[in-house]
Design a protein around this ligand. Structure first.
Ligand SMILES: NC(=O)c1ccc[n+]([C@@H]2O[C@H](COP(=O)([O-])OP(=O)(O)OC[C@H]3O[C@@H](n4cnc5c(N)ncnc54)[C@H](OP(=O)(O)O)[C@@H]3O)[C@@H](O)[C@H]2O)c1
Length: 279
């Protein structure tokens, strides 16, 4: 059995949908905090069990593979929660754990979640079972990444660097391919679109798409933080996001890899196509 955690979230639920096209529903389980939210999977024959990273209960029982979706609560001690989930999966006898890590996770990467993912990868390395860390490319919605450029005609963000912005739907399909056994890969692997682009490139693509001149405006870091706070974003959250821009311009996300395309059997969705959808 393949057990997917976070299956009531974006990536986990999309991965289960892809799995349902590939393996019999009876071989799929989900470990979710609120089983009521996963009723649509139970109705299709998926085993739904209650479990959290704090207390996975018996939700990993009988699993050969577990997909551990990284937690999303910035106030939680996520490394400890991931450790608990990993220990529970190992105790349940799983043969492989797949974990959603982050593209560019490396010592010194200023983007704050990088350290969490490296720490979780280290726990996996010590777990004694086979493991795969899916270092997923940045898949935030493009309107969030770029801000209100369609209204303002400007992509006004701090200085940035190249990032292979990736479609979460592609990552879900590729993750399902790995879980279904199309390929077996060990340790950390990059799952990201092949081409890294910066906001200058976005401005060019957006100009071509709209026939308007979309300008890239580089904001001073502190000016940007002040604007975020003025828009109601808590300062801590704004400074957290600032570490993302700092990481991009330090080049931590510049390199990608071929695995996503190989698992999909096609090119990952191009940034221009994704941007066109939002215009
Ligand atoms: N690569 C990227 O660009 C990127 C972007 C955003 C996030 N991420 C990371 O990737 C993860 C998956 O992304 P997503 O888009 O699917 O996020 P999402 O929609 O927020 O889903 C996160 C899932 O994790 C579950 N979860 C959180 N804390 C948990 C806990 N303590 N015990 C059990 N389940 C827990 C949530 O459960 P509920 O459904 O019960 O809330 C939810 O199903 C995120 O949590 C985050 O760590 C990566």
């Amino acid at each position: 059995m393949i057990v997917v955690t976070g299956a009531t979230g974006g990536l986990g639920s999309a991965t289960v949908e892809h799995l349902l096209k590939r393996v019999p529903a009876g071989q799929i389980g989900v470990s979710v905090r609120d089983p009521a939210k996963a009723r649509h999977f139970a109705d299709r024959g998926v085993r739904v069990r209650q479990g959290s990273y704090e207390d996975p209960g018996d939700s990993f029982a009988g699993a050969e593979q577990v997909l551990l979706i990284s937690g999303n609560d910035p106030a939680a001690d996520l490394v400890s929660l991931h450790r608990r989930a990993i220990d529970s999966a190992v105790a349940a006898g799983v043969r492989r754990i797949l974990y959603t890590s982050q593209h560019g996770a490396a010592p010194g990467n200023p983007y704050q979640p990088s350290d969490l993912h490296l720490a979780t990868e280290a726990i996996l390395g010590d777990s004694g079972v086979a493991w795969t860390a899916l270092r997923n490319g940045a898949y935030g919605p493009l309107d969030q990444v770029l801000g209100p450029w369609q209204r303002t005609g400007e992509i006004a963000q701090p200085a940035d660097g190249p990032v292979p912005y990736t479609d979460r739907a592609d990552i879900a399909a590729a993750t399902a391919a790995l879980l279904a056994g199309d390929r077996s890969v060990d340790g950390p692997v990059t799952l990201a679109a092949p081409n890294a682009v910066a906001f200058d490139d976005f401005a060019e693509i957006a100009s071509d798409l709209t026939g308007r001149t979309i300008t890239r405006v580089v904001l001073d870091d502190e000016q940007w933080v002040a604007e975020q706070i003025a828009n109601g974003v808590p300062e801590q959250a704004a400074r957290f996001m600032l570490t993302w821009y700092q990481a991009t311009r330090a080049g931590y996300f510049a390199e990608s890899g071929p695995l996503l395309a190989e698992l999909l059997g096609r090119e990952p969705r191009a940034i221009a196509d994704r941007l066109a959808e939002t215009v």
